[in-house]
Design a protein around this ligand. Structure first.
Ligand code: AMP
Ligand code: MG
Length: 361
């Protein structure tokens, strides 16, 4: 259990708490749900009133669709319309990666609510790989809509107390499942169009190579060629509804800097600022001009960088710094065996976090 998680609404992830949370979900309440990616803000996905509570609590635009979570891949069938043999075969193959950090986009069935799909003709579904989430989903036995449990545009939550920070008044309880293993949102893979290759709409921890091994065919990425190049990422159109340019942002201004830079960008001697430098890798040694220097993973372990990123951004945003500078991800400077999709996922989230004044949300 997590000794830091002390709040009356945070319940230990015990069978007894899971039963209470399951009943609360059935009653139309919101629950903070641990998953292996980030914490979700869960509500039953088959009732417009419950789904509306998610949009209201998060101040989420209604154009941004929700992911439905279920406890078994068989439970997906009533939610989707797999008319094509190709789609059926792809679903069988891709769902072998479940439970896991993979969201599949498929043609929707009539039974799925418009407010879940944002009016579109596809639905996103996932079986998460966290024991507390799985137990809850199997107990409640309903499709559960669960976007990340943060107010829209703020940093996604990876600990139960992060959910409390933004959404204490909205949730009935938060189930404590500890610190999220992955720490970044799921990979979103569309297999909705049998005439197109399976396409990654949002990068996450899964590599295209892993997906290709399961699917037995080429997987394309709607974002990979752009994500590691800062300017192109800003110019790229949203690949998936809800993938707005500004997202995951701290309130403290954040800018991306070269890994090699050793002092703050254009420091103003007449207007001293407390600038925090966050390095992705390497030592957290003091550097001139910076109020503090933190390192996400001194040894450069990409999984640890992902795991610590959101918690670190939240701590950086606690009000003690005027400016955050964080290393930019540039793929050329990483070992050749680095997971390119995870690298792109981190680069993508950092790029969005630094878009302070984008206004398309
Ligand atoms: P989150 O709010 O962090 O749980 O992420 C939900 C995201 O999943 C959305 O913002 C979209 O990027 C993606 N998503 C959900 N439903 C669909 C869909 N039908 N088609 C494509 N992407 C989707
Ligand atoms: Mg989110």
């Amino acid at each position: 259990m997590n000794p830091n998680a002390s709040h009356p609404k945070i319940l230990p992830g015990t069978p007894e708490s899971i039963r209470r949370a399951s009943q609360a979900l059935r009653d139309g309440k919101l629950i903070g749900l641990p998953t292996e990616t980030v914490y979700g803000l869960a509500a039953r996905g088959d009732q417009p009133e419950s789904v509306a509570k998610i949009f209201a609590a998060k101040q989420r635009p209604s154009t941004n669709p929700l992911i439905l979570h279920v406890g078994h891949s068989d439970s997906v069938h009533p939610l989707v319309a797999m008319d094509s043999d190709i789609t059926r075969r792809r679903f069988e193959a891709a769902s072998s990666l479940w439970p896991g950090p993979l969201t599949l986009v498929l043609p929707r069935s009539e039974s799925v609510l418009d407010c879940v799909t944002a009016g579109g003709n596809t639905v996103a579904v996932r079986v998460p790989a966290h024991p507390v989430a799985l137990r809850l989903l199997r107990e409640v036995s309903l499709p559960i809509a669960a976007p990340s449990a943060n107010v829209s545009n703020y940093i996604s939550p990876t600990r139960p107390e992060h959910v409390i920070d933004g959404l204490a008044d909205s949730v009935q309880w938060v189930l404590d499942g500890g610190i999220c293993d992955v720490g970044l949102e799921s990979t979103v893979l569309s297999i909705a169009d049998p005439n197109a290759p399976p396409t990654i709409l949002r990068e996450g921890v899964l590599s295209a190579a892993e997906l290709e091994r399961s699917l037995g065919e080429t997987v394309t990425s709607a974002t990979l060629s752009h994500s590691t190049q800062s300017d192109a990422a800003v110019a790229a159109p949203a690949a998936s509804p809800g993938m707005h340019r500004k997202h995951y942002s701290p309130r403290t201004p954040l800018r991306l800097v070269s890994e090699q830079s050793r002092c703050p960008l254009s420091p103003d001697p007449n207007h001293p600022e407390r600038v925090l430098r966050i390095r992705l890798r390497g030592a957290a040694e003091p550097m001139p001009g910076y109020a503090d220097v933190w390192s996400l993973s001194p040894s450069g372990d990409l999984s640890k960088i992902a795991n610590r990123l959101y918690d670190t951004l939240r701590r950086a945003d606690s009000g003690q710094f005027d400016q955050i500078e964080i290393d930019q991800v540039t793929s050329l400077e990483w070992p050749s065996n680095t997971n390119p999709n995870l690298l792109a996922a981190i680069g993508d989230r950092l790029q969005r976090a630094s878009n302070q004044d984008a206004t398309d949300h």
